[in-house]
Design a protein around this ligand. Sequence first.
Ligand SMILES: *Cc1c(COP(=O)(O)O)cnc(C)c1O
Length: 370
Amino acid sequence: MSKKTVFVTSPLLPKLEDFIPMLQDIWDRKWLTNNGYYHKELEKALAEYLGVEYISLFTNGTLPLITALQAMKIAGEVITTPYSFVATTHSIWWNGLKPVFVDVDEETGNIDPEKIEAAITPHTMAIMPVHVYGTPCNMKRIQEIADIYGLKVIYDAAHAFGVRKDGESVLNAGDMSTLSFHATKVYNTIEGGALVCHDAATKKRIDYLKNFGFAGETTVVAPGINSKMDEIRSAYGLLNLKQVDDAIAKRKATAEKYREALKDVPGVRCLQDIEGVRHNYAYFPIFISEEYGISRDDLYAKLQEHDIFGRRYFYPLISTFGAYKGLESANPKNLPVAHKLADQVLCLPMFAGLDGESSDRVIDVVRNKR
Ligand SMILES: *Cc1c(COP(=O)(O)O)cnc(C)c1O
């Protein structure tokens, strides 16, 4: 059997020979950043591909979260989920706001809308849910609650590139949505990200904020930040966009293979496709319960013995980290489902370039525990 190391992910790369002429063009133009030609082209292409009207490119996926809160002048408390990548809560913290954790739904790992109301106080101004693993949140219910209490909704859609529900992009839900184009994501620009909003005036404000607040040569309208995407990564992004549908189709085939191979293994739960949702198969989490016989961490170690590196996304929960664990809402008693999922989850290797022999090896270890 091959001894090839299999990581949880591997980046989608454009062909180098396609990229070199674009680099030559950038060299000729001598315009490297600040809303250049490729930056504009990529914004246009992404808006069309994603089915959104207004999108602003960023240099990574964390700064759009931070900027979304700035753009809407959120103060006080923001309700969020502990079952995510740390950047979600960090963005709240970096704005000097108080994160308030709400437990998640066991089926999907997304924030449980039925537990949001109990966490609302007079200081609550926004909700920041995450479409974990690309599974759409219950956007309708979240919006109902937001409307009743007058709250803004910012979706961390870092996992949800290209995800649609009933034909509509999930990025059109709420007041804003953020994307990450980090190398490990379904679609990447090496590092990169975007902020989606729903009107031209808001996009203008976001574009000021990501460029120090400059609204003209001598006008600064707000204490902005620098989070612009450069021309090289914008060009790279245009190339990767052309192959992302093919990449998602390959991910889907792997997901179907894993599900079929693991469906009769007691104590292993996989996520299933949801009717009406165009999934992107960003991750392939399995949830290991007692029935499986060995623990999640034993399986994690066993895979490593075979040079297969799964990842425990999302363990530990954000609410257990130093900055947050003292918060009342971080008490494990408030987050039983999130703790359960964090203890059970293991993400199996999932990427477009995963070959059949490698996924066979993964399946063999999970099925046979040896
Ligand atoms: C990747 C990720 C981010 C941060 O994106 P970067 O591009 O790495 O800054 C934010 N939220 C979630 C849920 C993510 O998975």
